[in-house]
Design a protein around this ligand. Sequence first.
Ligand SMILES: Cc1cc2nc3c(=O)[nH]c(=O)nc-3n(C[C@H](O)[C@H](O)[C@H](O)COP(=O)(O)OP(=O)(O)OC[C@H]3O[C@@H](n4cnc5c(N)ncnc54)[C@H](O)[C@@H]3O)c2cc1C
Length: 269
Amino acid sequence: QSDSSRVAVSKSEFTPLTVSSNVVVGKNVHKVTLDFPSPNDSLGMTTAGMLMVQGEKRDGSGTIARPYTPVSRNDTLGKLELIVKDYPNVGNVSSHICAAKPGDKLGVKGCFTKIKVTPNKWKKVGMLAGGSGITPCLQVAEELLSSSDDKTEITLIFCNQTPQDIFLQDHIDALAAKSGGRFKVHYCVDKAGFFDFWKGLTGYVNADMVKKYLPAPADDSMIMVCGPPPMYKAICGGKKFEKGKAPQQGEITGILGDMGFTNTNVFKF
Ligand SMILES: Cc1cc2nc3c(=O)[nH]c(=O)nc-3n(C[C@H](O)[C@H](O)[C@H](O)COP(=O)(O)OP(=O)(O)OC[C@H]3O[C@@H](n4cnc5c(N)ncnc54)[C@H](O)[C@@H]3O)c2cc1C
């Protein structure tokens, strides 16, 4: 962020930003770029952060907002980028964002920090991402890998339903390739089907995969989990939702709980 840079997005009210591009990057997955009012403006985010995006409800009954995770870097000037998975025919804000055309405006509020990530805070970080749950994991990996002082060993297991559903693979593989071994990636699919060429992991994430690829429970390690509710339930237990309160982490149960992980070394996005 340069001295003359201004934070473009307010934490207290929705700031309208103009869509400058909307590109399909996978099955029902879009990369949407939003321009800041000035090319010198910045996002003002502390990693790992998210922002709220407004959208029209599908039934036309008004506007609602949902959280999304910027995948552009904190120091990117003039724009922010989102990766959004559309739920066609059922989604509300996801469909609103994915249908946006260059020139359209989207209301954005934030950024809000979910967990502060700084270089060498942990020795090892494991990541379990399901589908669009890749976005916070990518944000954290990019932030740590961009620091020349950082030595964190990061291992990601990126889960999708089938090999065709995997998106951003080129981007993720390129990050790993230039990380000097600091960032390792394993792809896992529920079903490889007739994809004989599939060389990755198959089936839902299990204890053997966690033991083999991710850090063991330790004070200087952290496992980050982001995916759909059934994935949280199986891997670490769901987040705790109470009316009128921000979502809480909830107890660590499931595969990670059985392996001795606790809230000190697991974070649910
Ligand atoms: C901290 C945080 C960060 C997030 N970051 C991102 C991000 O970077 N990119 C992104 O794409 N999403 C992200 N999400 C999810 C996002 O906030 C919305 O929940 C999602 O886009 C669906 O919102 P919606 O308004 O379209 O659908 P909703 O109105 O919430 O749901 C409508 C219907 O859509 C279907 N649906 C919604 N979600 C799912 C799901 N996960 N699996 C299957 N069906 C579903 C269901 O049928 C549901 O009844 C994040 C969530 C959190 C909590």
